[in-house]
Design a protein around this ligand. Structure first.
Ligand code: AMP
Length: 553
């Protein structure tokens, strides 16, 4: 079972219910409600296949029956590692139907993450794709089966997302068409548990997300039916989603951003259409936008830069696209402007974390806000504190660490007492590790992470600030600034740049940064030009890999 000691205290649960944040309904009710209201609207497009809401619910039921026939049921934890194919929503909703709990891994994660995650979650099954982007998951699946004692079932699904066609044998055991299709549990009152069980009852966990970060083993983030429904529905409302929304999932849907901010869950919640893109590459994305008349999508900054730089090369009609959400890592104002201009869209910044808190700029905010801040919390129930190193609140405009608590922010990771003691204050605030400041209008600006400060002979350099300036250089396509151990300075700063042209060296960067009024100590001590930056599974700069590489060379 989930560690109950990390749930909300009874008084908070009562408050979140009384305020209407938590409605006591199961997460998968999102799909059933849309199917009742819009049975014949297109719910899902994946490759050449399309599903109306009625068809999607029917296929979820079939899938649930097959999973049940494979021995899965209430309370079972199942590691789901699927790319953006139809099998993702089908399997996840089917597991929710059964009361089983998906543990959502990203397609790019490998043995070093999947094995300990499956073990920590005491997962009984591992569901993945046979192949994705040239990677064959069979060996990984075999390793998971061998190394994780709790695993009973390993299922490799064909990458076209047609779960029903996966009639594999013991070596490639898909959710076979041969398995008996037991009826689904479509009891509309099912899961009304929390409210029915009393206002102070513990909200049941629906699924586990994995914590981000570039080092260490991901932690399991328990998201409850109540809080995750609220997360998805509130984001959808604030982003103006409705049944005419066509959401293109370009980022991995196993990540919180494309899953529930508003992502595919928020789109389903309002009866819109979800279009799954297998890759975020412009040559897949731009034609899909034209073909499906996509209205909104979400990217990380590195993709925003790529799309903005390549948009002119594609002649596809993008006139349907109105909103591009950018989040997951800091977006610089230059890229924001270029994205808005080159794609002719409104840019929305999204700052958030799988642990909970989501901040958004609102689509109708002025451009200074949408291009230069990361927005404000989605819920009046969100509590945000910005504190100095001693834990005291700073005044508006000052930078400090963001601490947060609220109706959809977890109170602890699953079975991780030591990490919980570090990551949560005694009062239950999540210590984000993000350095932020609040503007006079109440928007947050992310200045970096606590560890992302170069301590150069005692002078602190925020890497985010220097990166932001460098990205304004016309010949810099991408950049990461990091601190490297130095015998004289303690740490020296190093800018790793992806250049558009030749001639980017320290002299040029120094000229450029000093010309922008930056203090001399912030000019990078070292400049390395590379062809690309290493990325994490979701597409953020992998700083740990970069430092390791620089230290090794
Ligand atoms: P994840 O849980 O994978 O969504 O990662 C959450 C972390 O990503 C946050 O704590 C931030 O450090 C970072 N992050 C997310 N969105 C933004 C953003 N818009 N700007 C800067 N950092 C961000």
């Amino acid at each position: 079972m989930h560690d109950r000691s990390v749930s909300w205290p009874p008084a908070d649960r009562r408050r979140h219910r009384a305020a209407g944040y938590w409605d006591g309904l199961p997460l998968d009710r999102i799909l059933d409600d849309a199917a009742r209201r819009f049975p014949d609207r297109t719910a899902l497009v994946a490759g050449d296949r399309r599903w109306t809401y009625r068809q999607l619910v029917a296929e979820v039921e079939t899938t649930a029956g097959r999973l049940r026939a494979r021995g899965l049921g209430a309370g079972d934890r199942v590691v789901v590692q699927l790319p953006n194919i139809a099998a993702f929503p089908l399997v996840c909703f089917a597991l929710l139907r059964l009361g089983a709990l998906p543990v959502l891994a990203l397609p790019a994660q490998r043995e070093a993450e999947i094995v300990p995650v499956a073990a920590r979650g005491a997962a009984v099954a591992y569901v993945t794709a046979e192949r994705h982007q040239g990677y064959d998951y069979a060996d990984l699946a075999a390793t998971v089966r061998r190394e994780v004692p709790s695993i009973r079932e390993v299922m490799l699904l064909p990458a076209d997302g047609q779960v029903a066609a996966a009639a594999h044998t013991a070596t490639h055991p898909g959710i076979g068409a041969g398995a008996a299709a037991a009826p689904g549990t479509d009891d509309p009152d099912r899961g009304a548990g929390p409210a029915a069980a009393g206002d102070a009852a513990d909200p049941p966990v629906a699924l586990f997300l994995l914590s981000g970060g570039t080092t260490g083993i991901p932690k399991l983030i328990p998201r409850t039916h109540d809080d995750y429904r609220y997360n998805a529905r509130t984001c959808a409302q604030l982003c103006g989603f409705d049944e005419s929304t066509v959401y293109l999932a370009a980022l991995p849907v196993a990540h919180n951003f494309a899953l529930a901010c508003p992502g595919i869950l928020g789109t389903f919640a309002v009866g819109g259409t979800v279009v799954l893109a297998v890759t975020p590459s412009p040559d897949e994305i731009f034609p899909l936008i034209e073909r499906e008349r996509v209205t909104v999508t979400a990217v990380v900054p590195a993709l925003a830069r790529l799309w903005a730089a390549t948009a002119a090369l594609f002649t596809d009609d993008r006139s349907s696209l109105r909103l591009v959400q950018v989040g997951g890592a800091r977006l610089d104002a230059t890229t924001a402007r270029q994205l808005a201009a080159n794609l002719d869209v409104t840019v929305q910044q999204v700052f958030g974390m799988a642990e909970g808190l989501i901040c958004l700029t609102r689509p109708d905010d002025p451009v200074e806000v949408t291009h230069e801040t990361q927005g404000r919390p989605i819920s009046p129930g969100d509590e945000v504190r910005i504190v100095d190193a001693g834990g005291s609140d700073v005044v508006d405009g000052e930078v400090g660490e963001l601490l947060t608590r609220g109706p959809y922010t977890i109170r602890g990771y699953h079975e991780a007492p030591e990490a919980n003691a570090r990551a949560f204050t005694p009062a239950g605030f999540y210590r984000s590790g993000d350095l932020v400041r609040r503007t006079a209008q109440g928007n947050l600006v992310i200045e970096g992470r606590i560890a992302e400060v170069v301590n150069r002979a005692g002078e602190k350099i925020s890497v985010g600030e220097v990166e932001e300036h460098l990205l304004a250089h016309p010949d810099i396509r991408d950049v990461a600034v990091l601190g490297l151990a130095d015998p004289l300075l303690g740490e020296r700063s190093c800018a790793v740049v992806v250049a558009r042209g030749q001639g980017l060296d320290r002299v040029e960067l120094s000229r450029f940064l000093l010309g922008r009024g930056l203090a001399r100590f912030k000019v990078p001590d070292q400049v390395e030009v590379v062809t690309q930056l290493p990325r994490t599974a979701i597409g953020k700069t992998d700083r740990a890999a970069l430092s390791a590489h620089l230290l090794a060379t």
